[in-house]
Write a protein that binds this ligand. Sequence first.
Ligand SMILES: [Zn+2]
Length: 304
Amino acid sequence: MTDFPRSLIEFQSACVACLAAARWPQGFVCPGCGKTKAWQLQTKAWTWECAGCGKQTSVTAGTIMHHSKLPLTTWFWAAYLMATHSNGISALQLQRQLALGSYKTAWLMGAKLRRSMVAPGRSLLAGVVEVDETEIACRGKNDPLTGGGGRSHQGKMLVVGAVEVQDGGAGPGRIRLGQVPDYSADSLHAFLAANLAPGATAKTDGWSGYPGAPGVKHDPHVIGKMAAHIVLPWAHRIFSNLKVWALGVYHGLRRKHLQTYLDEFVFRFNRRRTRHAAFRSLLGIAAAHKPLSYKILISPEAKA
Ligand SMILES: [Zn+2]
C-alpha cells in the first residue's frame, strides 16, 4: 500500500472505510427499511443511523467480527498481521503481539480470519497448470509429528496442488491446494473441476487418476517418481515451501483443520507481491462473511 496510513487513527479510519465499502458496495443500505440515507454516529463507534427508521447498524453487524468482545481495532491488527506477514503468524504469536487474554481467543481470531481467505467467486486457474499430489505429515491434538512409514497413509494427509505456469515455465502464477481423501479419479477430478477453468491444460506426471476430467485438457508426462521435480518443478517447489511453512509457523498441521491452513497458504502465495492489497482483500472478505460460531470453527466438515 503506497498510500499506507501514517497514523493509527488513519489506519482505523481506512479499515472502517474498507469494511463499509465491502459491506455496502453501492453505499449504505438500512437492513431495517432498505433506505439508503444514514449518518455515521459520532457517539457510537463504527455505527450508522438510518435517516428513515432510525435503526442503528454497526459496520460489523453480520460479519465474522460481530458479537466479538474484542475491540474492532484488535481485529484490524490481527487481519493486518495475518495478511501482511510474509509467513503468517501462529495463534501464540498473535496472542503475544496483540496482548490477548488467552490462547483460545487468539486461536479463534486466527481461525475466523483464515476462513476469510477464500474470496467468493475467485477465478479459476487457466492456461497450462502443473498438477501433482503430495503427502504432509500430521500431528494429533497434543502430539508431535507422526509419519506413517512406507506406503501407509497413516499419519499423513493427502494434498493435491495446482500451479499456473507463466512465461513458458519461467515462473509460477496462482496456485490452489486441496485436501483429498485419496488419489482416485473421483477425488482428483473433483479437485480439477473446482480449481481449473474449462479449457485449461493439466500437466501431470501421468498418474491414472487424472485423465478424463471433464473440460480439462490433459498433458501427461509419464516418468519415474524421482524425476517428477524436473517435469513439474513449480508444483514441487510449492509443496516443499508448504511443508517448511507448516512446520516453521505451526509446528505441523492437524488433519481436522488442514483445508483452512491450505487456504491460508494459497491466499498468502497468490498475493505475495501485493501484501497490503492482501490486507484490504482480507478485510473485504471478512466484511462480507457471515458470523461463524465456535461450533463451525472446530468442525472440520463445516462449510463456512
Ligand atoms: Zn431504516
